[in-house]
Design a protein around this ligand. Structure first.
Ligand code: HEC
Length: 195
């Protein structure tokens, strides 16, 4: 099986690396791939996204785009926002690194409070008006793209937060993250921050 699939994929890889050398060609290849299989692949991610919403987290789907919520869950819960934005990340007895069945700390899910020296991760749950981290969608996307929250003083740049990589996602992916975070329960900032 393994050998067969290697042989089968070899010409495909050759074609792909050739088109990578030619930037516009690579872009065309991406567009073609997206139109051929993109839709089905995304639906698979949406489905998985709903499966991996941490147990105990009640989503509020009223008025939300359900495809984007599912895609956003897929991204947020596989990329690792939880590692830094939920503190502690796991419930007592639910730390997978201790060989235990995972139980994400749903009570503080995405309420921030993890300290990195002088920097503390932000509460990403919706504020009283339903805006995650208090940001409109445009502000949210701008913050992740540039590392600068337009509500912060000029020149202030998010530290520790991996915006240089996360900010390279497509507009649709960032909008999906936003839609998912909008559907989370609104919670106060983590009352017990720590490292
Ligand atoms: C390595 C740890 C880490 C990871 C992983 C991480 N963040 Fe952050 N994030 C932070 C920290 C720390 C801050 C606060 C930075 C500061 O105040 O300078 C922050 C800030 C933010 C902010 C700005 C909030 C505001 O009020 O300005 C947003 C939005 C955000 N993170 C979203 C995300 C999302 C979405 C993910 C996952 C896709 C993610 N973060 C993954 C550490 C992280």
């Amino acid at each position: 099986m393994r050998n067969n699939s290697t042989i089968f994929h070899a010409p495909l890889i050759a074609v792909m690396s050739l088109s990578m050398l030619l930037a516009p060609g690579a872009r065309a290849e991406g567009n073609r791939a997206a139109s051929l299989g993109g839709h089905a692949a995304e639906l698979e991610q949406v489905k998985r996204g709903y499966e991996i919403v941490p147990s105990g987290v009640q989503l509020n789907l009223a008025g939300k785009n359900r495809v984007l919520v599912g895609l956003g869950s897929y991204i947020v819960n596989t990329v690792g926002c939880n590692d830094c934005h939920t503190h502690p990340s796991y419930l007592p007895g639910g730390d997978p690194f201790m060989g235990l069945p995972e139980m994400i700390n749903f009570q503080q899910y995405m309420t921030g409070g993890r300290q990195f020296g002088p920097v503390t991760s932000a509460n990403l749950t919706p504020d009283g008006t339903g805006k995650p981290a208090g940001l409109t969608r445009a502000e949210f996307i701008q913050t992740l793209r540039t590392g600068h929250n337009p509500n912060d003083p000029p020149g202030q740049i998010l530290q520790v937060m991996p915006w240089p990589t996360i900010g390279k996602m497509t507009d649709r992916d960032l909008a999906a993250i936003y839609e998912y975070l909008s559907a989370l329960p609104s919670l106060p900032d983590n009352p017990a921050p720590g490292p």
